[in-house]
Design a protein. Structure first.
Length: 233
């Protein structure tokens, strides 16, 4: 199923949503350039969320009063936000941005530009923190805006549970236009994660997102988005 639009009218242009989509695409193109030059592995391992490095730096900073560790903590805190804009495959970036395009514009219209940007960054970073807490010894980089997109989806569906989503159902070479309830996309969001390995980039030495904690980060993002929208009512 490919969502293409919804039936909710927006009163203002989703400027931040457009910028987020553009920035994600630009950084992914940069990743492709780095992959071609053989530098992508170093880049992702420097700027992705690596739980073992963050938990180790926090431990050294707090319990051993290591001043150098504080520098690493600050750097890795920034990586929690920057990693939201990194993606490990064509299917991941296209899937995330498609959901952002369909659901993000309506959530931005409700929250306003500034609050929507803060919502996107904060929920993406919180999803990263959840992954660190659940598996602090993980040495594989975790990247992608999945947690932030899940939060947007949660906020959207709590606000518009009866909304209809214009959808294309691909059947080999035939594409059938249909309408599906917004609630269906909670289920489909997690199903499509199974296909995010398609078109994977070559990220040595061990790739990215090879852990079940990615799933739980997205579940938390979905719940936070719904809770935030509930509080806003």
């Amino acid at each position: 199923m490919i969502p293409i639009s919804d039936n909710i009218r927006c009163w203002s242009k989703p400027i931040i949503n457009y910028w987020l989509i553009g920035i994600n695409l630009a950084i992914f193109l940069w990743e492709l350039k780095l992959e071609f030059s053989g530098q992508l592995g170093d880049f992702i391992n420097s700027w992705g969320v690596i739980p073992a490095q963050i938990s180790g730096a926090v431990t050294n900073a707090l319990f051993f009063n290591n001043s150098a560790a504080w520098i690493i903590v600050v750097w890795r805190v920034f990586s929690l936000f920057f990693a939201i804009f990194l993606h490990g495959s064509f299917s991941q970036v296209l899937g995330n941005l498609l959901f952002l395009w369909v659901f993000g514009k309506t959530v931005e219209n409700i929250l306003g530009h500034g609050r929507y940007l803060g919502f996107y960054l904060a929920t993406g970073a919180i999803a990263g923190l959840v992954q660190i807490v659940l598996e602090p010894s993980l040495t594989v980089p975790l990247i992608g805006g999945n947690g932030a997109i899940a939060a947007i989806l949660g906020a959207y569906i709590l606000k518009f549970p009866q909304a209809k989503i214009d959808t294309i159902l691909p059947l080999i070479i035939v594409y059938i236009p249909i309408q599906l309830p917004a609630f269906f996309y909670i289920f489909w969001w997690f199903v499509q994660q199974l296909f995010y390995g398609i078109g994977s980039l070559n990220i040595p030495p061990v790739g990215v997102n090879q852990s079940g904690v990615v799933f739980w980060g997205q579940v938390v993002g979905l719940l936070i988005g719904a809770a935030f929208m509930q509080l806003k009512r």
